[in-house]
Design a binder for this molecule. Structure first.
Ligand code: SF4
Length: 385
């Protein structure tokens, strides 16, 4: 049989969602490479993507369900596994009601077969989880600020005059952005890096800011306050497009240059430089990293940076914007499976837990009887049993 080539996509939860070229010989995948025709990933994939054939055909790969008996795992048939699951689900549902089953899911793979469990447990009426341990605070912040999670196309960087990598180390976490930033720099786009850690790209930066970890909100508020005091903000834009500006102004007033420098460890001159960067190199694109939200008040850190972009009119126009993440958790199933969570009527009856340790922030739906059934899927309890 001749060799065939197919175009596919990597389902891993990664910024880039690489387009793949898959080589198949005699019904078996023999090689996976990048799709050279893709406008963003352009044929470049990481070693994990290339290793798919090894992963798929590895003799240790678990292909059948396993049942835990004491310390051992016994391989069982799919029929038996499905019967056992049905029995458990019926038992919990009959005794305590469906909300007593907690479907704890998140990421790992964004494939449809993985996400379809959300629909199953939503149909049952189980308790789901809203948020995660990773990036949900930032997602919620941007949805709150902008009403959605629209992200700029990387190609839009070429319309910018300034780019800020704020807590995002693209060399490690988003290699496909590198060629776009390099091209933008050749076109004269100025680059600022705000990161407490070395990123290996310092020599490329026109402005390098190293705040103490977890002080980015203070930095954004200090920069905003400086711009407000110097009347360097875009008042027409603020008036036309924002709510709560006077409250924001009051909050920012607390962050004088002296106080901001003390909290963040950034020199006053650099705080001023960052303020002028936002104004002098408009439109500015800001790419945020997930680490920004892994501190107390992380959602509000993103909101402070969003606000800084808004008062300088670096939002809603070509070459500008604040990009945090490129997808909405759960979206593949929402789009591809009619009636799945966030679109279907069954969603109305389900209960959801908020961000934080499991069991906190319960919101809506019937009050669940706690901890009767737990179904972890792509969450730390499943990943680190
Ligand atoms: S960078 Fe690697 S893991 Fe991420 S989408 Fe591409 S091939 Fe998959």
């Amino acid at each position: 049989m001749s060799t065939q080539k197919f175009v596919s996509a990597c389902p891993r939860d990664c910024q880039d969602c690489c387009s793949l070229e898959v080589e198949v010989k005699n019904g078996k995948i023999t090689a996976v490479g990048g799709d050279p025709d893709h406008p963003v990933t352009g044929g470049l994939i990481c070693p994990r993507g290339r290793a798919y054939p090894e992963l798929i055909y590895h003799p240790d790969r678990i292909l059948k369900p396993r049942l835990k008996r004491g310390e051992d795992w016994e391989e069982i048939s799919w029929e038996k596994a499905l019967d056992l699951l049905e029995e458990k689900i019926r038992a919990y549902t009959n005794q305590y009601g469906p909300a007593a089953i907690f479907h704890y899911h998140y990421s790992g793979s964004e494939s449809l077969t993985k996400k379809i469990t959300m629909r199953l447990f939503d149909r049952i009426g189980a308790t789901g989880v809203q948020g995660d341990l990773c990036m949900a605070a930032g997602v919620a912040a941007q949805q709150f600020d902008f009403g959605g999670l629209e992200q700029n196309d990387l190609q839009d960087l070429l319309n910018s005059r300034g780019c800020i990598l704020w807590g995002r180390n693209i060399r490690v976490t988003q290699s496909h952005a590198l060629p776009f930033i390099q091209k933008a720099k050749k076109q004269g786009v100025r680059l600022a890096i705000v990161n407490p850690l070395p990123t290996g790209w310092e020599e490329q930066a026109d402005l390098l800011i190293r705040p103490h970890p977890g002080t980015d909100a203070a930095l954004a508020l200090g920069v905003s306050n400086y711009l407000l005091e110097k009347d360097l903000i875009d008042r027409d834009f603020v008036e036309a497009h924002t709510q709560g500006f006077s409250e924001f102004k009051e909050r920012a007033r607390d962050f004088s240059l002296e106080k901001t420098a003390r909290i963040t460890g950034v020199a006053k001159t650099d705080i001023i430089k960052l303020a002028h960067f936002m104004v002098d190199y408009k439109p500015v694109t800001t790419l945020l990293g997930y680490g920004l939200t892994r501190y107390r008040g992380g959602g509000n850190t993103i909101r402070a940076i969003d606000a800084l972009a808004v008062i300088t009119n670096n939002i809603g126009r070509e070459g500008a914007g604040v990009s945090y993440c490129s997808e909405v958790p759960g979206s593949p199933s929402s789009v591809l499976v009619p009636g799945s969570p966030s679109t279907g009527p069954a969603h109305q009856g389900s209960a959801f837990f908020g961000h934080g340790p499991p069991g906190t922030g319960y919101s809506g739906g019937p009050k669940p009887t706690p901890a009767n059934g737990l179904d972890p899927c792509g969450q730390p309890p499943a990943q680190c049993p």
